[in-house]
Write a protein that binds this ligand. Sequence first.
Ligand code: BGC
Length: 360
Amino acid sequence: MSSTDAILVTPGQKDSFRQGTVPVIDEIGPGELLLEVVAVGICGTDAEICEGLYGQAPAGHEALVLGHESLCRVVQAGSDATGFKPGDLVVPIVRRPCPERCPACAVGRWDECLTGHYQEHGIKGLDGFLRGRLVLDADAVVSAPAALGEFAVLTEPLTIVEKALERALQIHTAPGHPQTGLVTGAGPVGILAALLLRSRGLDVYVVDQRPADSPKARFVESMGGHYIDDTKTPFEKAGPAGGFDIGLEATGYAPLVFRALSALAQNGVLALTGVTGGHHSLDIDVNLMNSTMVLENQAMVGSVNAARAHYERAVQDLAGFGVQFPGLLEQVITARHPLADFAKALQKGPDDIKTIVTLG
Ligand code: BGC
């Protein structure tokens, strides 16, 4: 057994993240893969874990290896790990089924786990990917084409959007629609949501608080979308006259949820992807909200995590974005840091989209 550098955190303890080492098993079993980590994306969940607000160490451990959005390379494939060879790129699946194998987990829908005892790499009960090497079951990863290269690290955040959009489209069945999309927040999830909605042919409006000449605004415009600086024009007034068919909320700022709901069109569906801690009260006219949602057939749906099919779709869609929007994926990854500079990777500037930690 050898060891590998890793970023460790003590869940529940603010600013406890540090660089350390963890053991690596060099002997792999028949259905296993020895992987080297190529890159790990950093997201708001990682920041919350480092704040001590979220996260759970593996049973019997005090520390958790951080990092869940990852891209790895196969070093060695076990005899039964068919379809994998050294050098292949793979994206590990974040959530693993609950030990009880509830009806959802039993059919691979761990994202809809019924017991809540699921585990998530780098988040809940399973070590994550901010480490040099690790061993995983071959059925816990999805293959990524070599041509995607480093961009495959965007797979996991895109799975969040793939699932949220799938849920919205299961509800939005009006003929000839959806035609218009609203994305609140031009962070990584919002930007990936905008690319996905554009790739599906929707007229997309992205809302943020950056100026109209900011890189995020230019990014949205170069994919053929509309950017709205909500500090200048409220998005309720700047969108299409009839409202939005599909909304994807990607800020996790709860007051925006109700504004986005009020901006939906007839039959509109709002999908929520952001998690909010703490408390925030609002004075809302719930009679108006109720009757509008009923009379206009509207829906609001939450969505968390993703199943294997969403990972496979995300890998395909990333490859498609590269063709449909040349040069744009390059602009999604705005900062790269080595493992030793992890603290810098947590600091996000207003124009940053996705920060990644590069390992191999
Ligand atoms: C991750 C999801 C995870 C969720 C809740 C998100 O940041 O991308 O995979 O299910 O946090 O823990």
